[in-house]
Design a protein around this ligand. Sequence first.
Ligand code: PMP
Length: 428
Amino acid sequence: MTTNHELFQRAQQLMPGGVNSPVRAFKSVGGEPFFTARADGPYLWDVEGKRYIDYVGSWGPMIVGHNHPHVREAVERAVKNGLSYGTPCPAEVTMAETITRLIPSIDMVRMVNSGTEATMSAIRVARGATGRNLIVKFEGCYHGHGDSFLVKAGSGALTFGVPTSPGVPKANADLTLTLTYNDLDAATRLFDEHGHDIAGLIIEPVAGNMNCIPPKDGYLQGLRELCTRHGALLIFDEVMTGFRVALGGAQAYYGVTPDLTTFGKIIGGGMPVGAYGGRRDLMQQVAPSGPIYQAGTLSGNPVAMAAGLAMLELIQAPGFYDQLAARTRLLTDGLQAVADGEGVAFSTNRVGGMFGLFFTREKVDSYAQAIAADTAMFNRFFHGMLERGVYLAPSAFEAGFVSSAHSEQDIADTLEAARGALRAARAG
Ligand code: PMP
């Protein structure tokens, strides 16, 4: 039998850190990653046959659980007709119709292949449409690995202590202004000073890459008003929150309308997909109807579209999001009760099917609080959970995800594991 360890030894000789995306390497939590052999429902199985209840869900997209038969069968049907055409295909039109119907702020959409491409393209549109150069982002927010975004970034960039990456030219980084998330006064001051040069402000409407931090009441609305007043575009990066916190994404959940929206992973049902879209007058400036160039050989891929459409059908079932939110609440309330019972300083955040766990007594609503929480305790807890067959994101700075496949029994099993893991973590 191939072991996780053997695979990791080989992988490290061949790929940077042994992985194709940094956080997977377990570097911040220590130890070695497991290698997944298969996934079904809420579970992953590693190559050694160990089962994990999975709260990462491929970093979000597996909202109906892994290997859902409806999605898998749609892919199987699509594959029979070929893998890529490089011409328009009918599923793209259905996908665009579905997205524009579910997200009223989107009149037109362009499919791409990842969240990174979606955000890079969205800020190009913001710059092209406004004729301005500055982009505003938030410390601890992650928008993929485009040059403009690796400035005080979240996710792996934050986990590994290189939030501003070498390789990003200073001239490029200088065009990205950063703000503190959930601080409207700071945003007002920045816009008062630079508003006339700001092309767009990009934000994760619920921050999910510095752990999970929801916006304060009125915060997103305040940013909307600032952008409107200063002629800058408001871009919601809903790569994580889209079709996750509500069917209409965070913009529906909080009732705030962005000019442009980016999506990723989740609309591909697990296939490599992203999209950006928004107001018609903006999107019509994208090539070939307008001069702002953006393209993709595999964009609108028929197999990815089939998977995404099948997934989007499932999440439109009545009550889907109420049930998802209820399951998530069962998990976070349950974990809080277990931690309280064990006398561990702990708090949680939760929006729809997305959650965050913090080793601190405070309710966390800022980046500063998120990084001040006890990460050593998190790392011990992470490993305790892993040993007990529960897979959380391998970093204290990532959100967690519940799927509709997680049963009440899975949650109960998770809480039981948490009791043991917290005891062990507390003991050090
Ligand atoms: N934006 C957000 C909010 C994300 O969470 C991510 C990835 N986790 C991205 C953009 C980048 O997406 P991708 O990894 O598909 O390039």
